[in-house]
Ligand binder design. Structure first.
Ligand code: ADP
Ligand code: MG
Length: 259
């Protein structure tokens, strides 16, 4: 519509069927939703409900079998440069330094790394708390630090959209909470559209503007609710009764589906 900003991400009637050895597997059915520019949306759902598939479709890594997915009103046909992705495991090159890992998207895109790319990498590494670790190898870092490198790499090209697939699930509870708040600080400083997949109800509620809940097999969106909590959010938010009530609402939906 004229004068309206296009949605960052739009799913219309999306279905995904995988051909497997034991026959077709319907992973997604009739998935419809939009994410506004700079909105932070969490996706919650049981294991195997199609969350990663959803993300891989937006990333242009797989094409849906039915329906359409568009990013800024352009149908997705292949990976875009303005989308950054963070996976559960940071998938770093083990032989390359932290800095070389972070500049990898620039090398991939242009075939070379400029001095400006390196400066940008060092700046982002400092933002995610890794100043001084530029020359280290990934193996020399803790899991949380490696995940920070993965986030820095996804941020290098300053993407407008950040897709995160259970990015903190391999971390211990404290580091995980710390990383969540760090992500919010980054997002508030440099607004982006974020689609954040998680298993954790409290993480979804603490971070997102809106939570989509998926039901299992075939994956569909069974609930789409705004998070009724003000920003900025911090440790005191975790004690808010509203947070607990909203988390209870989500838990009810997930349990009902599992029963
Ligand atoms: P989630 O991330 O919610 O755990 P996935 O999106 O990874 O779920 O998977 C959804 C369903 O699709 C699962 O049953 C999974 O086994 C299946 N699936 C995912 N990718 C493929 C593929 N490339 N080929 C066949 N089946 C797949
Ligand atoms: Mg997954």
């Amino acid at each position: 519509m004229a004068g309206q900003e296009p949605a960052s991400i739009r799913f219309s009637g999306v279905g995904q069927v995988f051909e497997t050895e034991s026959g077709p597997l319907e992973a997604l059915r009739g998935v419809d939703f939009t994410v506004a520019r700079h909105e932070f949306v969490a996706v919650l759902g049981p294991s195997g409900c199609g969350k990663s598939t959803l993300l891989r479709i937006i990333a242009g890594l797989i094409a849906p079998t039915s329906g359409t997915v568009s990013v800024f009103d352009v149908p997705v046909t292949r990976p875009r440069d303005d989308i950054g992705i963070v996976f559960q495991k940071p998938t770093l090159l083990p032989w390359a330094s932290v800095e070389d890992n972070v500049v990898f998207p620039a090398r991939h895109k242009t075939g070379r790394v400029s001095r400006a790319d390196r400066e940008k990498a060092r700046e982002i590494l400092a933002t995610v708390g890794l100043a001084g670790f530029e020359k280290r190898l990934p193996d020399e870092l803790s899991g949380g630090m490696q995940q920070r490198v993965g986030i820095a790499r996804a941020l290098l090209m300053d993407p407008d959209i950040l897709l995160m697939d259970e990015p903190f699930s391999a971390l211990d509870a404290l580091t995980r909470e710390e990383m969540g708040f760090e992500l919010l600080r980054l997002w508030e400083a440099r607004p982006k559209t974020v689609l954040f997949i998680t298993h954790s109800i409290s993480e979804a509620v603490l971070l997102a503007d809106r939570v989509l809940v998926m039901g299992a097999r075939p994956g569909t969106i069974i609930d789409d609710s705004p998070v009724p909590l003000p920003r900025p959010r911090g440790i005191e938010t975790t004690k808010d009764k509203v947070m607990h009530d909203f988390a209870g609402h989500l838990r009810g939906l997930l349990l009902k589906r599992a029963a």
